[in-house]
Write a protein that binds this ligand. Structure first.
Ligand SMILES: [Zn+2]
Length: 310
């Protein structure tokens, strides 16, 4: 199957037509829409940005489309989350795209995790077991303060590639960070009711969000990243939730609905359904509205839980 996909992708490259005159735009391809939104803010009218994922996918399993190959072949830079988040699809695509600039050691390969100190870095790496987080937890885009680090990585890497445009990137970065800072201050004020709340999520992708807003991610429906649950795991998880009084179950929208709903029902918890990246719901049209959607959805769930307690 994988060989067939790669063959189709290779054929797509044969029919590649030369790019049309789009002037001096820097062609940016990002893996996820969060990075595309930030690249547009920082690059302004100097960049033309396309994202491979639309936001409804699992970042660990974005389906490879033939249209990705010409995009990557013509790209000046590629922006990735890093920490091996994209290892299921990106290395194969980069190989077929035959663009030396954006290979992992090339100047145009922009790793947006460079300023992040990752959490949950494993002491033993064994991808044979199917672990999707071999380099630590890559879901830092759910924390807007770490979002600022992503934006900085984008601006600095663009400046390194296009030194003559560096002042523009740094000016746009400063404006974007000011907007983010104002929103972060508002979210931190609003999120006071979330403090101390424990949650269980389907996949281990809520830890950075939880840490930012004083919540505690205490378990997952998956056994660990990418490892499907067993009945025994679910029994143990529900026992733990009852013992610890966990009243919140998060289902990230790209994971199956039934099991998360059942776990919530068995434990008397409230189910909250969240996007894991920009574009995961229509309201999450850019990075600010994505974080805002998640904060408001959590607050709504917290209000339901508190109303049931009183
Ligand atoms: Zn993950």
């Amino acid at each position: 199957m994988r060989r067939l996909v790669l063959l189709v992708l290779a054929i797509a490259l044969i029919f590649l037509v030369p790019s049309e005159g789009i002037g001096a735009s820097i062609r940016v391809v990002t893996t996820i829409p969060d990075l595309a939104d930030m690249a547009k803010h920082i690059g302004g009218d100097l960049v033309e940005v396309k994202s491979l994922a639309t936001g409804v996918e699992d970042i660990h399993a974005v389906p490879m489309k033939p249209s990705f190959v010409p995009l990557l072949n013509r790209a000046d830079v590629v922006m990735v989350m890093g920490l091996d988040a994209e290892h299921a699809f990106l290395p194969a695509l980069l190989e077929v795209a035959r663009n030396p600039k954006i290979q992992p050691n090339g100047p145009g390969y922009i790793d947006c995790s460079i300023y992040i100190a990752p959490l949950e870095v494993p002491t033993r790496i064994d991808r044979a077991l199917g672990d999707q987080h071999p380099a630590g937890n890559p879901h830092f885009n759910l924390d807007p303060v770490r979002g600022k680090d992503m934006a900085r990585a984008i601006a600095d890497s663009l400046a390194r590639n296009y030194p003559d445009k560096a002042p523009t990137f740094q000016k746009n970065l400063a404006a974007y960070l000011a907007t983010l800072d104002a929103a972060i201050a508002r979210w931190e004020r609003e999120a006071v009711p979330l403090r101390g709340m424990k949650l269980v999520s389907y996949h281990p992708d809520m830890i950075y969000f939880a840490e930012r807003f004083g919540m505690e991610a205490v378990g997952t429906i998956e056994i660990r990243a990418g490892i499907d649950p067993t009945p025994g795991h679910i029994v143990a998880l529900e026992d733990m939730m009852r013992r610890q009084g966990v009243k919140l179950v998060v289902r990230e929208l790209h994971y199956p609905a039934g099991l998360a709903a059942t776990v919530a029902q068995h434990t008397g918890a409230t189910l909250v359904e969240l996007p894991a990246m920009v574009g995961g719901v229509p309201e999450a049209k850019d990075y600010l509205s994505f974080i805002n959607y998640n904060v408001q959805a959590m607050l709504k769930a917290a209000a339901t839980i508190n109303a049931a307690r009183n």
